[in-house]
Design a protein around this ligand. Structure first.
Ligand SMILES: Nc1nc2c(ncn2[C@@H]2O[C@H](COP(=O)(O)OP(=O)(O)OP(=O)(O)O)[C@@H](O)[C@H]2O)c(=O)[nH]1
Ligand SMILES: [Mg+2]
Length: 557
C-alpha cells in the first residue's frame, strides 16, 4: 500500500465536490451514460461519508466468507463447497447486535443473526429470488473496526451469473479491496481482469492468498514471489501479498492482516479522502476521453457535420444492420436447440424403457382388481415413474443442452466486439480521438430447471367397458399391452422434456440478444449525442476540458 501522504497535500471534500459536480455537468450535457454508475457511487460516498467498505472479492470458493468468519472469530457467514454467497453482506460495529436486510424495492427487514443464510446463501435464496440488495450486520464485537465495514461479496466466475453481476455492479463502492485467491490455484485471467478493474475504483488493493495450509512452507514462498513478479509484469505495480489459512496457524496470519485493516480504521478520515480522490480522478479521466471526442467533432465545420456523422455511423456501423445480424444469430441458434436436445436425449429412451418394463413387470403381479382399477393404477404408476425419471434426466444431463446457448453467446460477443472495433476505428479516423475502453460482456442467463409435470397420454378406452371383460381370461393380454406401451410413454416424455428445455434456452438466447441490442443502442446514442450537440460548442468544450484538466491536476497533487 502507498505510504500515507500529508493530509494538507490532498484536496478536501469541498474541492472534490466541485470536481464531481463538474463531471456530473459534463456527463449530463453530453449524455455520458457509461459514467453514471461510478458517478453515482462517488456522489453517495461524498454526501453520506459512510464507513469505508473493506471488501473481500474474488472467484467463487476462494474462501472469502470463511476468511471473514475467521477474522470475526465466529461462523456468522454461510460457507460451503459449492457457490454459496448470493448477496452483498456488510459487517460493522454497532452497540447492539442487529441485522437489517435491505431489499431492492427499498423496504428493510430486521432478522435474527442466525437467519442470515436465508437471505445470503444460494441454497436458501436461489438466484436472489428474495430481491436482497444488501444485508447489514451490526455487532458490538466489531468495535475495533469502527469506521469500517467488512464486506462479503458473491464469488466471481461461478455458474451463477447472478453472483458475478452482483459483485461486479458493486465494484464502484469498494473502499479497500482484499482480493482473495486460493493459494493452491495459479493466478487466473479473471483475477488479473478484476485487478485491473479494481485499480479504477480504489488505491488500496491487498492480495490475500487463502488456504495457505494446502502448501508447504517452501511452496508458500514460491507462490508469494510468483504473485509479486506477476503483478509487476502485468500491472506494473507492487501490491501487498498476505497468506491466510482458516485451518492451521490462523492466529499468526490473522495478526498480520488484522494489523493492515486496523491501520485503515485508525486513519479512517484520511483514508476515506484518499479513496474518494482516487475514484474522482478516474471519473475525470473517463469524462475527458469523451470530451476529446466532442471537441474534435466540434472543430469540424458545421456543414461537414452530417458528413461526419455519416462516416462514423456508416453502412457497417448502424443499428439496423447490427440488429439484423443479432436477429439472424439468435434465429439460427434457436432453430437448432430442439433437434440438438432431442437427439441427445434419444440415447436414453431405450435404456429407460427397458428399466421401466422390468420394474413394471415386477410390480404388476401384485396389482389386483378389474380392468378399470388396473388401468388407473397403471396410469398413476407411469405418471410417478416418468416424473421421477424425467426429473433425474433433467438434473443430470441439462449441462449437455446448452450447446446453442453457448454458441449464440460466443457469436453475440464477437458481433459486439466487431461493432465496437469498427466504431472506434471510425471515430479515430474521422475525429482523431480515441474512445475510452469500456468493458462489455453479455451475461448468459442460467435457465431454470423445468417443473416436470406428467400429463396423461393414454389412449386406452377399453377400461370404460371393464364390466364386459373377464379378467381371468384377458389379464395377461392387458399386462403385455401395458408393458408394450411403456416405450411410447418414454418417447413422449422425452419429447416434452426437450420442449421444456428448448423454451428455456431459446428464451435465454432472446434475452442475450436484447442485452446486445441495448448496448449497441446506448453506444450509438452516446456517440450521436456527442456529434450533434457539439455544433458551435467548441469554445465551451475547450473550457470544460481545461477545467477538468486543472481539476485533475489538483487531484494528482
Ligand atoms: N484448506 C482450506 N480450506 C478452506 C480455507 N478457507 C476456506 N476453505 C474451504 O473453501 C471452501 C469455500 O469457502 P467459502 O468461504 O464458502 O468460499 P467463498 O469464497 O465465500 O465462496 P462463495 O461465497 O461461493 O463465492 C469451503 O469448503 C471451505 O471449507 C482454508 O484456509 N484452508
Ligand atoms: Mg462466500
Amino acid at each position: 500500500m502507498e505510504k500515507p501522504l500529508q493530509t494538507t497535500n490532498i484536496p478536501q471534500v469541498k474541492d472534490i465536490k466541485d470536481i464531481i459536480d463538474a463531471v456530473q455537468n459534463v456527463s449530463e450535457k453530453f449524455g455520458l451514460v457509461s459514467l453514471e454508475r461510478q458517478l453515482e457511487a462517488t456522489q453517495t460516498l461524498l454526501s453520506q461519508n459512510p464507513p469505508i467498505d473493506v471488501a473481500v472479492l474474488g472467484q467463487f470458493k476462494a474462501g472469502k466468507s470463511s476468511f471473514l468468519n475467521s477474522l470475526l472469530g465466529q461462523n456468522v457467514l454461510p460457507v460451503g463447497v459449492i457457490p454459496v454467497t448470493t448477496a452483498i453482506t456488510r459487517l460493522q460495529y454497532g452497540e447492539e447486535e442487529r441485522v437489517t436486510v435491505l431489499l431492492f424495492d427499498g423496504t428493510t427487514i430486521s432478522v435474527p443473526l442466525a437467519n442470515i443464510a436465508s437471505y445470503t446463501s444460494e441454497a436458501q435464496n436461489p438466484d436472489n429470488k428474495k430481491n436482497v440488495a444488501i444485508v447489514d450486520i451490526e455487532r458490538p464485537s466489531l468495535k475495533k473496526y469502527a469506521g469500517l465495514r467488512l464486506v462479503d461479496t458473491p464469488g466471481l466466475g461461478s455458474v451463477y451469473k447472478y453472483h458475478q453481476s452482483t459483485a461486479q455492479n458493486w465494484l464502484p463502492e469498494v473502499g479497500t479491496a482484499l482480493l482473495a485467491i486460493s493459494a493452491d490455484r495459479p493466478l487466473s485471467e479473471h483475477d488479473l481482469t478484476l485487478l485491473s478493474e479494481l485499480t479504477a475504483h480504489t488505491p488500496n488493493i491487498i492480495i490475500l492468498l487463502t488456504k495457505a495450509d494446502l502448501l508447504s512452507a517452501g511452496q508458500q514462498n514460491e507462490v508469494i514471489n510468483f504473485f509479486r513478479q506477476t503483478m509487476q509484469k502485468e500491472l506494473h505495480r507492487e501490491l501487498p501479498v498476505y497468506l491466510y489459512s482458516t485451518k492451521t496457524d490462523t492466529a499468526r496470519y490473522q495478526k498480520i492482516i488484522e494489523r493492515e485493516i486496523l491501520k485503515i480504521s485508525a486513519n479512517r478520515d484520511f483514508e476515506f479522502l484518499r479513496i474518494l480522490r482516487h475514484k474522482t480522478r478516474f471519473l475525470v479521466k473517463s469524462a475527458m476521453g469523451y470530451l476529446h471526442v466532442a471537441l474534435n467533432s466540434s472543430l469540424q465545420a458545421d456543414q461537414q457535420k452530417e458528413n461526419l456523422r455519416a462516416q462514423i455511423i456508416n453502412e457497417k456501423v448502424n443499428e439496423t444492420i447490427i440488429r439484423e445480424e443479432l436477429m439472424i444469430i439468435a434465429r439460427e441458434n434457436q432453430q437448432q436447440t430442439r433437434p440438438l436436445i432431442q437427439t441427445y436425449l434419444e440415447q436414453f429412451a431405450g435404456p429407460l424403457a427397458q428399466k421401466a418394463r422390468t420394474r413394471l413387470a415386477r410390480e404388476l403381479a401384485g396389482w389386483k382388481g378389474n380392468l378399470w382399477k388396473l388401468t388407473r393404477r397403471y396410469e398413476d404408476w407411469v405418471s410417478r415413474i416418468m416424473s421421477e425419471e424425467m426429473s433425474n434426466l433433467s438434473k443430470t444431463e441439462h449441462h449437455n443442452f446448452y450447446g446453442t446457448l453457448k454458441k449464440a453467446h460466443a457469436s453475440f460477443s464477437r458481433s459486439i466486439e466487431v461493432f465496437r472495433q469498427l466504431l472506434s476505428a471510425n471515430i479515430e479516423q474521422v475525429l482523431g480521438a480515441k474512445l475510452a475502453d469500456v468493458e462489455w460482456e453479455i451475461e448468459p442467463p442460467q435457465p431454470d430447471q423445468p417443473d416436470i409435470a406428467f400429463t396423461k397420454s393414454f389412449d386406452i378406452h377399453l377400461d370404460l367397458i371393464w364390466f364386459l371383460i373377464p379378467m381371468f381370461i384377458f389379464r395377461k393380454l392387458f399386462e403385455r399391452h401395458f408393458i408394450k406401451g411403456l416405450h411410447r410413454e418414454v418417447e413422449i416424455n422425452i419429447s416434452r422434456l426437450a420442449y421444456q428445455w428448448e423454451k428455456r434456452i431459446n428464451y435465454a438466447i432472446d434475452s442475450m440478444r436484447n442485452q446486445a441490442i441495448t448496448y449497441v443502442q446506448k453506444e450509438i446514442t452516446t456517440i450521436e449525442g456527442l456529434l450533434s450537440q457539439t455544433k458551435g460548442k467548441t469554445e465551451e468544450i475547450r473550457q470544460l476540458t481545461v477545467l477538468l484538466q486543472n481539476l485533475s491536476d489538483n487531484l494528482a497533487a
